[in-house]
Design a protein around this ligand. Structure first.
Ligand SMILES: NC(=O)C[C@H](N)C(=O)O
Length: 469
């Protein structure tokens, strides 16, 4: 069972005083996660006073060169068992009254980190120097002022995702609970904070697995023999970054992601997982329901005089220069309560995403935030559509690799996500490679798990199936 740090590490802004008092307890043994110790986002109202939002969850264990030649039937089953177990445990937690997306996403990713199937926590891949450098991130669509936190170059925190969560919650305090109000952290200083705050610290040997070590050694060998590219094509490890995206009954979406990065990365290399907007993102906005759906929701700022001059707008420029009496501006109808001016209430949107793939491509494309922005600012564009535009077959990620696509690993990847529109949550996922380890809950609570496009081993691509099928 997945344990969380002591009670003092859970509650944010609404309970700052309580948090202060409880700080003394931080080194006490870890408490089991339950509804009483869950974090409370500052925007959380009692679920009973809100429209019904059905919580949803999707988890992933990585995307990449997952084919029938890199994954045998026994391994296929083993991954599915692992994904199903972690999903079931997380969905159970999510069904508890008051469960928050932040807690459930942390729970799911902690379990993925503990499972050596994945490239995160125990089972993380090795750098060229034979070390393991862990990265993670967590972000909520609303409820915490930092919104998102990432950690990199970690070597001792057993569950990096718990540290990211802690840093997010402590951001509600003026000095960030000792962590200030920063969003991206690295190295020994925060690991010392983690220890001070009662998170479990382990020796580097804890993260070792023979399988990942052999892959590291083999990669170096092939590279020495001038066969690095061939090895990358034939054997490139399914990337194995893991993540979870959760929608809770308060309407908050949380995206949590954890990784060891890329096999044989240069020590100190930072990937997409801890880069805000690249490998992870969560955001909320309100759509004016009185506007036609096809209309852009933002307006260009008023043109400057210089801009008018450059466009030859002389009348506009003259108007700028003449003294004018400001017109009387009537009270905008929008300042009146909606029920008085008969305006429909704004529609709430929230999205969250977690990725896996060639992180350098995701960083260059600022992939996750670009998907969110595409959905937010392009008329009638669901998250699913925007996500497939980026990461589906023939999408922007793939195109960005140019003629290197299919020859090296560039451009490869997948994203999972959840979109909330009004009170309806939708789980989404797409990838441009062999497969993506993933599992999710349907609207009726049914639990699903897929590795390839279809739910059977035979549906997987035979070899380096960059397009999946
Ligand atoms: N495991 C992965 O998905 C790799 C990760 N996205 C990285 O490039 O760091």
């Amino acid at each position: 069972m997945n344990n969380f740090p002591s009670k003092s590490l859970h509650n944010a802004a609404p309970r700052q005083k309580e948090h202060e008092n409880q700080k003394q307890e931080t080194t006490k043994s870890h408490l089991q996660q339950d509804s009483e110790t869950m974090s409370t986002p500052s925007n959380a109202a009692a679920p009973s006073s809100q429209p019904i939002i059905k919580p949803r969850i999707i988890i992933h264990g990585g995307a990449g060169n997952i084919t029938r030649s890199t994954l045998n039937p026994a391994q296929y089953e083993s991954y599915k068992t692992s994904l199903r177990t972690i999903l079931a445990s997380s969905a159970d937690l999510l069904s508890k009254p008051g469960a928050t997306a932040l807690d459930v996403a942390t729970h799911a990713v902690s379990m993925l980190e503990d499972d050596p199937h994945y490239n995160s926590g125990k089972g993380a891949v090795f750098t060229r120097a034979g070390t393991q450098e862990l990265e993670c991130s967590i972000m909520v669509s609303s409820g915490y002022r930092k919104r998102g936190v990432s950690c990199m170059l970690l070597r001792h925190v057993k569950n990096p995702i718990k540290l990211a969560r802690e840093l997010l919650i402590r951001g509600e305090e003026d000095d960030g609970g000792g962590a200030k109000d920063h969003c991206e952290y690295s190295g020994p200083y925060i690991e010392a904070l983690a220890e001070k705050w009662g998170l479990e610290i382990v020796d580097t040997s804890y993260f070792f697995t023979q399988k990942k070590w052999d892959e590291h050694m083999k990669g170096l060998e092939k590279e020495k023999a001038g066969k690095g590219e061939e090895w990358e094509m034939k054997n490139y490890i399914p990337l194995g970054t893991c993540g979870a995206v959760v929608l809770d009954s308060f309407g908050t979406v949380c995206a949590a992601t954890s990784t060891g990065g890329l096999t044989n990365k240069i020590p100190g290399r930072i990937g997409d997982t801890p880069t805000m907007g690249a490998g992870y993102w969560a955001e909320e906005w309100f759509e004016d329901a009185s506007q036609p759906r096809t209309q852009m929701l933002y307006q260009a700022p008023p043109s400057s005089s210089l801009n008018k001059l450059s466009r030859g707008d002389i009348p506009g420029l003259l108007t700028d220069c003449l003294p004018i009496t400001p017109p009387r501006i009537p009270t905008p109808a929008s300042t009146l309560p909606n029920h008085i001016n008969n305006k429909p209430s704004p529609i709430r949107h929230a999205v969250g995403m977690s990725s896996s793939g060639n992180g350098d491509t995701f960083v260059r494309m600022v992939a996750a935030r670009t998907v969110a922005a595409k959905s937010r600012f392009t008329p009638n564009t669901s998250l699913s559509k925007a996500l497939s535009w980026m990461t589906g077959p023939n999408g922007e990620l793939q195109k960005s690799a140019g003629d290197r696509w299919g020859k090296v690993h560039e451009g490869v990847g997948g994203i999972i996500g959840i979109e909330l529109v009004g009170t309806k949550g939708t789980v989404v996922c797409n990838y441009n490679c062999g497969g993506m380890y993933r599992a999710w809950t349907e609207e009726d609570g049914d639990q699903k798990c897929l590795i390839f496009r279809d739910d059977n081993y035979e549906s997987g691509p035979e070899g380096w199936g960059v397009l999946g099928k």
